[in-house]
Design a protein around this ligand. Sequence first.
Ligand SMILES: Cc1cc2nc3c(=O)[nH]c(=O)nc-3n(C[C@H](O)[C@H](O)[C@H](O)COP(=O)(O)O)c2cc1C
Length: 260
Amino acid sequence: MEFLEVLKRRKTTNGPFLDKPVAKEHQRLLMEAASRAPSHFNSQPWRFVLIEDPAKRECIAEIGGRTMRQLIADGRFFERYRRYFRFSPKEMEEKRDGILIDHLPALLRPFTRQAMRPWATRLLRLLRVPEILGEDNRRLVAASPLLLAALLDKDEYRPGELSGFYSLLALGMAIENIWLTTVELGMGIQFISTPMEIPEAWEEVKRLLEVPENLELMALYRLGYLPPEPPRPRIDWQSHQRKRLSQFVFRDSCATPEED
Ligand SMILES: Cc1cc2nc3c(=O)[nH]c(=O)nc-3n(C[C@H](O)[C@H](O)[C@H](O)COP(=O)(O)O)c2cc1C
């Protein structure tokens, strides 16, 4: 595929993957792509765990579903992330960032905006939104043939120091390389972020993956091959919009936005 076409097509996969193991050669290619990323002094501070073992995937799926349910039910999720939610194409067109909630069960549609208000946690619970999102997330993760843990070497990843910042940049670039390579391979990828938002759950994942003292577990992903026409999750969003040049690029100094 043309490189610029790959860039344009790269996206987050919210839906299910095919029930088909990821070929070993593709797993190797993804890791090779990661290792091609730049890093400070070629330190290559990233480490990865490829997780195919069904029992481990099931366990991570359970933790993912449970943490999603908890974060929604106790209001933390919307409290933290309310500012990124858009509820109409018009709102999205104006802001051109965030995520547009465009797919909901009919029962929930009249309540969407209210559901984001701080007082609405009880309403969400009444409508069983935490259970819907938690269970959908558990199923999606459990049915993903490959999970990927991204870690950093603590000799390099020292938060608060420059090398901590450099390591994060390097890991971000390595992950982007993996993400771009999935496009070429007909695969999809999605962050599994809720376990890291609840420290005890993150500890559970670390134990499961036997993360040693010298490594820091940074992120989890699910990967697999994309079905030709993936069904959408019950509650879903889209985020392909991007800001205009004038909204994020300047010319010569921050005083002059670039023209569109
Ligand atoms: C640091 C970071 C955290 C993210 N967390 C999540 C997440 O928890 N769940 C998810 O589905 N996507 C997550 N994403 C993906 C973004 O939502 C996505 O990249 C953004 O909405 C743009 O959509 P696109 O990737 O399809 O272009 C994350 C991305 C980054 C870089």
